[in-house]
Ligand binder design. Sequence first.
Ligand SMILES: Nc1ncnc2c1ncn2[C@@H]1O[C@H](COP(=O)(O)OP(=O)(O)O)[C@@H](O)[C@H]1O
Ligand SMILES: [Mg+2]
Length: 234
Amino acid sequence: MENELALGEGAQEIIIKNEDYRETSRFCSIIGYDDVKKLFNLSLESEKPVHILLVGPPASAKTLFMLECMKLERSYFTLGSHSTKSGMIDYLFKNRPKYLIVDEIEHMPNKDQTALLSLMETGLISETKHKRTRSTQLKTWIFATSNGIEHMLTPLLSRFLVLHFKPYKLQNFQEITVHLLEREGISNEIANEVANAVWLRMKSRDIRDCIKIGHLARTKEDVGWIIETIRSYK
Ligand SMILES: Nc1ncnc2c1ncn2[C@@H]1O[C@H](COP(=O)(O)OP(=O)(O)O)[C@@H](O)[C@H]1O
Ligand SMILES: [Mg+2]
């Protein structure tokens, strides 16, 4: 009996661990941001849609979050600059996506931002074309990114849970660079050298620079040479 009980408890523990694994594996390409990942998971599991907007400097993993959300079933990805009101609304009517993902929403024209207001608040969308109005009710979560909030309509902003990403500190920058480059088989030593040189000598805060230089460098000495060469052509 004791054994059975122990087994039962063990089994339960494994199920909980599996569930944790599923949740963390959803954003596994992203390093850090455990609290943000948790918020996304809470939103995804919420009965009612909770819309999330990520605001922050370039290369702070905002688009990475959107790419991970694209893996969800019935999701639709659009770029703020490419969206046209009728195109997006047509898509919503036809495909009734559960997740609408808008990268760089600040580039969305105001009229398109307006179209989202009612969808976000009530789930209702309607459109009048050739004197005929069609409307429908959807249950759609909206996840979006923006580099800033200056070009966004205030009522739209207030419908989002807004998370402001801060620029990385040197330590985050090093950790992320080492993780990303190690995944590609580049040594810890070279990766650290790249992160420090990009931060201190190039004065760049963009992880993409580390990736480019990491791909080129074969030795620690290469790193310095590559950075000096780039600087001389600036
Ligand atoms: N926390 C992170 N985890 C993993 N990769 C990151 C992280 N932050 C930045 N990167 C790297 O920087 C690149 C740019 O990230 P991205 O999501 O496109 O930035 P943003 O949309 O904020 O400008 C990514 O492709 C990735 O290589
Ligand atoms: Mg981006």
